[in-house]
Design a protein around this ligand. Structure first.
Ligand SMILES: Cc1cc2nc3c(=O)[nH]c(=O)nc-3n(C[C@H](O)[C@H](O)[C@H](O)COP(=O)(O)O)c2cc1C
Length: 148
């Protein structure tokens, strides 16, 4: 099972913590979204897309990159957000599925958020992702490769 995770984690590096933990345990390759175009995705069995959430969706560059994922790809989604909701994966899932990708699952948890007015109160979800949440991402990856 050869996997790569493409990540965009610009706010506080919250999502990157999940990516790094998975990569460390499973030797999964990683690439920042700025290098994503030069990755040959056909060389991997599974592709992870990992990002923070902005305005109810994955970060814009990641939502746009999802359009380019080839049909038949096996994809999993990782995200962190200030205020959890299942709807954050909806748009990117629709994009991927309408292009023929297969979604293996998604994992999300809270991540320190100092956007806009939250900055005035010292941010929300301080201390997140916690060690437990990071380990939750590793357990999630473990589960999806076990399913293979
Ligand atoms: C511009 C902007 C918009 C955001 N919008 C949302 C949102 O709609 N819902 C939410 O739960 N969190 C939102 N957040 C919080 C981030 O998703 C959260 O802090 C995330 O952990 C950041 O991940 P990162 O550090 O990997 O970039 C927003 C943050 C920024 C900077």
């Amino acid at each position: 099972m050869k996997s790569i995770v493409i990540y965009e984690s610009t706010h506080h590096g919250n999502t990157k913590k999940l990516v790094d933990a998975i990569s460390k345990k499973y030797n999964v390759e990683t690439a920042g979204i700025e290098h994503a175009e030069s990755v040959d995705l056909s060389g991997y069995d599974m592709v992870g897309l990992a990002a923070g959430i902005a305005f109810g969706k994955f970060y814009r560059r990641m939502e746009e990159f999802a359009i380019k994922i080839p049909s038949g790809s096996q994809v999993f989604l990782l995200y962190t957000c200030g205020n959890p909701s299942n709807r954050y994966v909806k748009n990117i899932t629709r994009t991927l599925e309408s292009n023929g990708a297969r979604i293996m699952g998604h994992y999300g948890c809270r991540g320190y958020d100092t956007y806009g007015p939250f900055k005035l109160v010292g941010g929300i979800a301080k201390g997140h992702p916690t060690e437990e949440e990071i380990m939750g991402a590793v357990a999630f990856y473990d589960k999806i490769i076990g399913r293979e």
